[in-house]
Write a protein that binds this ligand. Structure first.
Ligand code: XMP
Length: 321
């Protein structure tokens, strides 16, 4: 890999911010740039850095792909408005869910999301706005895992030989690419973002689609969305690196009202990790696991089975697809 990592112990945040802001500003010059904010640590840091460097020359969009957590678009747009950064919501739900229809292979699902995001949604935004650059918060681990062939992270393009100028009509700017997540948290803090953003657990670019095994339909996303709300409510106090709910494809026999209910299975994962490269399952108290099982079977329609994953990464990965 040609990109040189800046390790957290060697990171001078103020110096980094100054350098990257100046690089962004000379790259964009008198032109216009756009960027997508998802509310995750990386895209939030890239957005703040971009606004510091480019001001009005950067337009920020929140892409509502129909795969986000409950209430997330409104919450993030309001939070950034409070920080003086205007964010426009782009409703692309039909485009993403349409492209995912009928797909079950994990790599094909990831490719469909990448294609809709970069070609359809941002291709159009760039054409309409006249922008020549897309700013995004790609991090060092994203590149490493994609190049290693583990899984294609949604935001890796040039490192896979994709010429974004030729294929989508814009150049990609990635000021955080030399940093891992823990270093990006430091930069996000130094940029004035609140702890609820810089301290957030990671959330994948393909959003809840990364947590639906098999076909991603609006109904199946809604199931995993409800499960995610419960898992996040119950596990946010655990201080774990990341916690998530996964909807399985196979059904299993359960009992409801004294009858067979051939129902859904939710898998809960909770990870200890430093930078997502390796991970181990959190040793959650059994009472908490029982509570999760009761809430998930009681509050998420159709769920009859809840499991807790006790596998390390590797051989597991953090997400399910
Ligand atoms: P895996 O599942 O590869 O995940 O062990 C490692 C970390 O990356 C997040 N993740 C993604 N982040 N785009 C992202 O921005 C993606 O396509 C993507 N896939 C996984 C995952 O949540 C974990 O923190």
């Amino acid at each position: 890999m040609e990109i040189r990592e800046i390790r957290i112990e060697n990171l001078d945040t103020q110096d980094f911010i100054r350098k990257k802001a100046s690089e962004l500003s000379s790259a964009v010059g008198d032109g216009l740039a756009v960027n997508a904010l998802s509310g995750g640590v990386d895209s939030s840091a890239a957005t703040m850095l971009g606004h510091r460097a480019l001001g009005d020359k950067l337009k920020t969009y929140f892409v509502e792909n129909g795969l986000m957590r409950a209430g997330e678009p409104e919450r993030i747009v309001a939070l950034f408005a409070g920080l003086g950064v205007p964010v426009k919501i782009v409703d692309a739900r039909d485009q993403f869910l349409g492209a995912l229809k009928g797909l079950t292979d994990p790599e094909e699902k990831r490719e469909a999301i990448t294609r809709v995001f970069y070609r359809d949604v941002f291709g159009r935004i760039v054409k309409d706005s006249g922008a020549k650059y897309l700013l995004q918060g790609t991090n060092y681990t994203d590149v490493e895992e994609t190049v290693a062939g583990i899984k294609r992270q949604h935001n890796i393009l040039e490192q896979l030989g994709i010429d974004t100028q030729e294929q989508y009509g814009y150049k990609v700017l990635e000021p955080l690419i030399q940093l891992r997540k823990s270093a990006i948290r430091k930069v996000a803090n130094a940029l004035g973002l609140p702890e609820e953003i810089y301290g957030r657990p990671p959330f994948p670019g393909p959003a809840l689609a990364a947590r639906v095994i098999g076909e991603v339909t609006p109904e199946r996303v809604e199931t995993v969305r409800k499960a995610t709300t419960i898992v996040e409510e119950e596990l946010s106090g655990s201080r774990a690196f990341q916690y998530l709910a996964i909807l399985h494809q196979d059904r299993v026999t359960g009992i409801r009202d004294g009858k067979r209910d051939y129902g859904l299975q939710i898998e809960v994962r909770c990870w200890e990790s430093k930078d997502a490269k390796e991970g181990s399952p959190t040793r959650l108290p059994y009472e908490l696991l029982e509570k999760l099982s009761e809430r998930l079977t009681g509050e998420v329609p159709g769920v009859v089975s809840v499991t807790y994953n006790v596998t390390r990464k590797p051989p597991s990965t953090i997400e399910a697809i």
